[in-house]
Design a binder for this molecule. Structure first.
Ligand code: APR
Length: 252
């Protein structure tokens, strides 16, 4: 039986000695910032809806105002949230050791960016960004921010709808994002997966990709995940508890 702290100590030593580290985060990364994870039961007004129904083009076309309002509430939550100790530990590490860490996130909030990881690879888009539901054909190529305010906003010339700049179920990931994430996973000496159920592909495949390429793979999660088999070590704990232990400055 290993001492519980031995895994964290061993992982910390690997991180300290690594020239290339890839970290993949999921909704659990932002849970301690007060942003509900995706597979937590929806609460309040939304408890009678399935996120899969709301987070889809079909759901948006079926009821644009309902979906727009759901995202508006989530956007307000993101803007009110603060990066937690886990986000801050990763941001401080990137400043202290430039070029070592590639951060890949499934999250659509901006907490990694606000903590200092501006170059985070966003696999599922940005909840604070707007985009057109369809190409705006009025020839004006307007910026969605010029749309007529509404729930949702519309193009003032052709009436096309604005939608949130996130990747919905069944949609392609942002151009180049997955390729960049896979390159980082293949190059990593240490691959750390934090706060994801591993339920959604292709993001969930990055841990196994890193392992096949020779990385030491560790998963930080208070619960088992669907990709635990890809890990050399499972660290039972939360992002805000564990990441400061792994990434804080040894000399501080
Ligand atoms: N610290 C670390 N992990 C946590 C914490 C925490 N404080 N709290 C919860 N978790 C873990 C849960 O145990 C769970 O494994 O975070 C994970 C959250 O899982 P999901 O809600 O499925 O979120 P995620 O894995 O990011 O979902 C992936 O699915 O719905 C799509 O696009 C959406 O990006 C999302 C993707």
């Amino acid at each position: 039986m290993r001492e519980p702290g031995a895994d964290v100590h061993n992982l910390r030593e690997r991180i300290d000695g690594a020239a290339r580290i890839c970290v993949l985060t999921g909704a659990g990364m932002s849970a301690e910032s007060g942003i509900a994870t995706f597979r937590d039961a929806l609460t309040g007004l939304w408890s009678r809806f399935d996120p899969g129904q709301l987070a889809s083009e079909e759901g948006f076309r079926a009821d644009p105002q309902l979906v727009w309002d759901w995202y508006a509430e989530r956007r307000a939550n993101v803007r009110a949230a603060q990066p937690n100790a886990g986000h801050l530990a990763l941001g401080a590490f990137a400043r202290r050791r430039p070029g070592v860490l590639t951060l890949v996130s499934q999250n659509v909030d901006d907490l990694h960016q606000r903590a200092g990881n501006a170059d985070t690879i966003r696999l599922h888009g940005d909840i604070l960004a707007d985009r057109w539901l369809e190409p705006c054909r009025c020839g004006r190529q307007r910026d969605p921010r010029e749309a007529t305010p509404g729930r949702p906003p519309r193009c003032p010339d052709c009436g096309k709808l604005v939608r949130p700049g996130v990747v919905w179920f069944g949609e392609a990931l942002p151009e180049g994002a997955l390729e960049a994430a896979e390159r980082a996973a293949c190059a990593a000496e240490v691959m750390l997966v934090v706060g994801t159920s591993g339920a959604v592909w292709p993001a969930a495949g990055l841990a196994a990709t890193a392992r096949r390429a020779g990385a030491f793979v560790a998963i930080v999660n208070p619960q088992p995940s669907e990709i635990d088999a890809a890990a050399h070590v499972l660290v039972p704990g939360t992002a805000a508890q564990v990441l400061p232990q792994l990434f804080h400055d040894a000399v501080a």
